[in-house]
Write a new protein. Structure first.
Lengths: 253, 429
């Protein structure tokens, strides 16, 4: 079997999901036996402009240049994977969308003619995406799952249910119900193994909405637990504030 | 007219997006620009109105390589603003977390980003067939740093347990015991790292640089707290940062240029730290440096590479001591927000990091000021290039370009970090 060629591309982001690939110290050699990474500038690899069998895209699209670039990359990749919260939903870069672009830019720049910033969106605002690896940052096992299933030509097993399911499987006492720590777990997509609640910390929703989440209900519960409507809004407008489900939660008063 | 052009459109083996444009005409530099085109990220804008307790989590996302530094420095600033004093155990855990990230980041940079230049390879991946053992050694060290970050922070990229006032979780004792064993075994890998980085032939280039780092009285190599000091006589507290350091907006770059008021550019990072605090390094680290013929201080930025290796060995020694002293207690006081301002300083792997916040009595952020190590270094990198270029001008274009890239890479720049600093309020009027 011919090794599939892989490209790793960066948009507006912090490099954390790309680093998660390099953080697979124990799996890296095995992985390199299966795939051929031909474009990954952060790791120093730049041996061709494609085409690629798999393209992994990190980061949100936040400028006119990036809109053009993501479309070009789509053309070159047979399978295009959104890597992490920024590429999936706009990530925390999308918090800025709450203010007008003009307002943001005037605070930051003097010469607005040099600014080509646009609202921050996930890449599927502009191109078709074949798979989403969620989280801020991505979970390494999910990355491996996507690579494996591509090689086997099957659908990757990415979890549709909420973080609560994984939290219960770990037999964690619920920090929301018992201690009143307002938690995004009930509406957030699983796959992290309930990492935060297992360390006594509320879920912040970095993996975006689970399948069919009841965000208005969670938002009303948060109000019952004493949060102000503004605090509820901040909970939902963080990693995936541009998704319909989280927008609905943010709007509950 | 004889003209040489160096044009690197997208620098590889650095974090983030930057280009290098140099034109040399008749032996004179016509144009020299390090163009940081990483898109502006508006952090200081969108942090306004957010709650104080979500700031550490949000600023972690400035940088995927040094999230710990941003978290801990923000926590320090916010604790300062609300007059919260962390416990001794919390400080030990924070130091461990910060050092774990030095190990991870320095190893990543040395073996994966810098060494390929000196061994003549495009990337670490192309080194595997001929230098598998070296790559394995690098991955082992990097994994060790990461595993300590995971044990204390919960995750290597964007840890979850550090909060204002303390930690939400501490690792179980058996995990600490296992880590201690692995840290003791890792001394050898770190000693090898010092040896390898002194055996490679570093370019000969010295410049009269001002270097700035934390110094940490009384007797401790600085990591997460201390006074700021330079080799040119600066010495000040974190609260006075803005009395000494300013930035100027240069049109070709998405990062501001930092400078010492009344003077010029300065360098932060491992070389600045080792130069200023050599005597505070762990004994093993100093011995390894001396055995390999290193004589700090150096005014050659390329010596950042062995400085990182020395710091990895120092970190391992210090982590062993700290791990032995852990009480494994998670202190997490409940916090009532109060109005105030606070500054935080820390030594990120790439150097001095500064955070400052103003919060209101509802605990909302009113103003934020963040300056990352690469923003501190950007101006100095250009100054270095200006002086380095005439020395290598006779080399063929390709070789000249590689040397320039090597010099930029020696700073281990992180352009994602530096690109959100475009703001008008900090420019000199």
């Amino acid at each position: 079997m011919k090794k599939p060629s892989v490209g790793v591309f960066k948009f507006t982001s912090d490099g954390g999901c790309q680093l998660q690939i390099l953080n697979m110290e124990r799996e890296l050699f095995d992985l390199l036996n299966l795939i051929n990474i031909t474009y990954f500038p952060m790791a120093g690899v730049d041996s061709g402009e494609g085409p690629f069998d798999i393209g992994f895209v990190e980061g949100a699209v936040t400028s006119t240049d990036e809109i053009i670039r993501i479309k070009e990359i789509r053309e070159k990749c047979r399978i295009l994977v959104a890597l992490g919260a920024c590429a999936c939903y706009g990530g925390i870069a999308s918090i800025k969308n709450q203010k007008t672009q003009r307002e943001l830019e005037e605070k930051v720049y003097t010469d607005l003619t040099a600014v080509h910033s646009t609202k921050a969106f996930g890449i599927d605002q502009y191109v078709k995406v074949d798979a989403y690896v969620r989280g801020c940052p991505i979970d390494k096992n999910e990355f491996i799952e996507v690579v494996k299933s591509t090689l086997l030509q099957i659908k990757p097993n990415l979890r549709p249910h909420s973080v609560c399911v994984e939290c219960k499987l770990r037999e964690n006492p619920c920090i929301f119900l018992i201690e009143g720590e307002v938690c995004m777990g009930p509406v957030t997509s699983a796959g992290c193994g309930a990492l935060c609640p297992s360390r006594h910390r509320a879920c912040e929703g970095c993996r975006g909405p689970a399948s069919d989440p009841n965000t208005p209900s969670l938002a009303r519960t948060m109000l019952e637990y004493g949060l102000t409507p503004e605090e509820v809004r901040l909970k939902f407008i963080k990693y995936a504030g541009e998704t319909q489900a989280f927008k609905e939660g943010a709007g509950i008063k | 007219m004889k003209e040489k052009k160096i044009k690197v459109d997208y620098m590889a083996r650095v974090e983030g997006e930057a280009a290098l444009n140099i034109t040399v005409s008749n032996g004179k530099i016509e144009n020299l620009k390090l163009n940081i085109f990483e898109p502006a990220r508006f952090f200081e804008s969108f942090l306004i109105g957010r709650k104080f307790d979500e700031i550490p989590e949000l600023v972690a996302r400035i940088c995927g390589i040094c999230p710990v530094s941003h978290m801990l420095t923000a926590i320090q600033a916010l604790e300062d603003a609300m007059e919260i004093v962390p416990s001794g155990e919390t400080m030990r855990l924070r130091k461990l977390l910060a050092l774990s990230q030095w190990i991870q980041s320095h190893t990543l940079h040395t073996y994966m980003l810098a060494i390929p230049d000196y061994f003549g390879y495009e990337s670490v991946l192309s080194m595997i067939p001929e230098h598998r053992e070296l790559v394995e050694q690098a991955l082992r060290l990097k994994r060790l740093g990461n595993d300590l970050t995971v044990a204390i922070g919960g995750r290597e990229v964007h840890p979850v347990t550090p909060v204002i006032g303390g930690f939400t979780h501490v690792p179980p004792r058996d995990v600490v015991k296992d880590l201690l064993k692995r840290f003791r075994e890792a001394r050898k890998d770190a000693q090898n790292m010092v040896e390898i980085t002194t055996q490679i032939k570093l370019p000969d280039f010295t410049r009269d640089i001002e270097y700035l780092a934390l110094t940490s009285p009384p007797q401790e190599y600085p990591v997460i707290s201390g006074m700021l000091a330079s080799n040119k006589g600066l010495k000040f507290k974190k609260e006075d940062y803005r009395k000494h350091i300013h930035e100027v907006h240069v049109p070709h770059s998405n990062a501001l240029h930092s400078y010492v008021i009344g003077r010029s550019s300065f360098m932060v990072g491992p070389l600045a730290r080792v130069n200023l605090n050599y005597s505070l390094l762990a004994g093993e680290a100093r011995r390894a440096a001396e055995n390999n013929g290193l004589k700090f201080p150096y005014m050659n930025p390329f010596y950042s590479i062995p400085a990182r290796a020395v710091e990895v060995l120092h970190s391992i020694e210090t982590c062993i001591d700290l791990l032995e002293d852990l009480k494994l207690k998670a202190d997490q006081p409940s916090i009532t927000p109060k109005e105030g301002t606070g500054a935080g300083v820390g030594e990120a792997p790439r150097g001095l990091l500064y955070h400052w916040y103003k919060i209101n009595n509802k605990g909302e952020i009113v103003e934020a000021d963040i300056v990352s190590p690469t923003a501190h270094n950007a101006f100095n990198i250009e100054k270095d290039l200006e002086e380095y270029l005439p020395q290598i001008i006779s080399l063929p274009e390709e070789e000249m370009q590689l040397r320039c890239e090597m010099l930029v890479r020696a700073y281990d720049p992180c352009f994602s970090c530096s690109a959100h600093f475009l703001k008008i309020n900090k420019r000199e009027s």
